[in-house]
Design a protein around this ligand. Structure first.
Ligand SMILES: Nc1ncnc2c1ncn2[C@@H]1O[C@H](COP(=O)(O)OP(=O)(O)OP(=O)(O)O)[C@@H](O)[C@H]1O
Length: 308
């Protein structure tokens, strides 16, 4: 086995379609964390999940899951993964109970008690034929199966898409339950819902037009990104450490990605900050994607493994 400490290691992973290129992706998934995979439509999030499930083959790079590789160790890899795809799979006219009893055989740690609890709490009509389920019911079933497999890694591609309010709340509760007993479990969650990211994620992984921008600790982002108001415009404000945006005002408004550094330099230069405002996670993400559009690679100054 290689890379025993990481659940997943990706090195220079690439996939090319006629009109899209994903990668190179270098990303390690560590145990005990919830990752939110965030990117605009068509960034390559589902493609990345599909690579981890061997549904798409990378042309370049290496991919290890639990220190193992496809295709030789497919069974040993997949029995440790719970996957909820963006679009539910087509299982045709089979009865739901029969479908689940067939699929559950593939998972040595399948927990029938968990499954029974989930179908009850998520109100899944297991006597129905699969094709008769609504979109939301298919999503609930997919989630129930992924969780009942007691996986080490949960891959969730827009898991709350199509879920009603009650389903979304049940999803949050189930995520808490899943993560509590085992600190070696991790979740990768692709979502466009800022609320899910705010509530669940430890680390945000940003991807834009197939390019990996970086991984960021969520708490560090919300602590260090701030909006500052000042009475006077500092000299060369846009070049001050941490400053990413300047509005000349009045009042002068600065956005910083490094509150500690910017505040310290402003105070050394004698400028008075009249207000410091916290930023919503959705605003911070918007700024990060704007920076990426304005100057690709500029975001590499503060991702998770490179923060000063
Ligand atoms: N089988 C395929 N053949 C050709 N192009 C594909 C194929 N699968 C995906 N693509 C293209 O790859 C790009 C990334 O798609 P992907 O579904 O991975 O994005 P995404 O980030 O999950 O998007 P969304 O947020 O809209 O779900 C898109 O431009 C898509 O058209």
């Amino acid at each position: 086995m290689t890379h025993p400490d990481q659940l997943v290691t990706m090195k220079s992973l690439c996939k090319t379609y006629p009109a899209f290129r994903l990668g190179p992706i270098d990303w390690d998934i560590e145990p005990g964390l919830v990752y939110a995979l965030v990117g605009p439509n068509g960034s390559g999030k589902s493609t990345l999940f599909r690579m981890m499930m061997q549904l798409v083959q990378p042309e370049e790079g290496t991919l290890h899951l639990f220190g193992r590789r496809y295709p030789e160790e497919e069974v040993a890899i997949k029995e440790r993964i719970g996957y909820v795809p963006e679009e539910s799979l087509d299982h045709g006219k089979v009865n739901v109970t029969h479908l689940v009893s067939f699929i559950s055989q593939w998972y040595p740690r399948w927990n029938q008690e968990t499954y029974k609890r989930l179908i009850r709490e998520l109100e899944i009509p297991v006597q129905s034929k699969y094709h008769q389920l609504s979109k939301g019911e298919k999503k609930r079933l997919s989630l129930a199966m992924a969780l009942s497999a007691e996986p080490q890694l949960l891959l969730l591609d827009e898991p709350t898409d199509g879920l009603d309010f009650f389903g979304q709340r049940a999803f949050s509760q189930e995520m808490d339950r899943f993560l509590q007993p085992d600190e070696n479990r991790s979740v990768v969650l692709a979502t466009h819902r800022a609320e899910d990211i705010r509530k669940l994620a430890d680390v945000l992984v940003l991807i834009h037009k197939g390019r990996y921008i970086g991984s960021y600790e969520k708490d560090q982002l919300t602590e260090e990104w701030k909006e500052l108001w000042l009475d006077a415009l500092p000299a060369q404000a846009a070049s001050l450490p941490g400053v990413v945006r300047v509005e000349a005002g009045p009042p002068v408004r600065l956005i910083t990605r490094s509150f500690t550094k910017t505040r310290s330099i402003l105070s050394q230069q004698g400028y008075i900050v009249t207000q410091t405002l916290a930023m919503e996670l959705s605003e911070i993400l918007q700024e990060l994607f704007l920076l990426e559009q304005e100057s690709p690679a500029s975001n590499h100054t503060d991702p998770i493994h490179n923060q000063s």
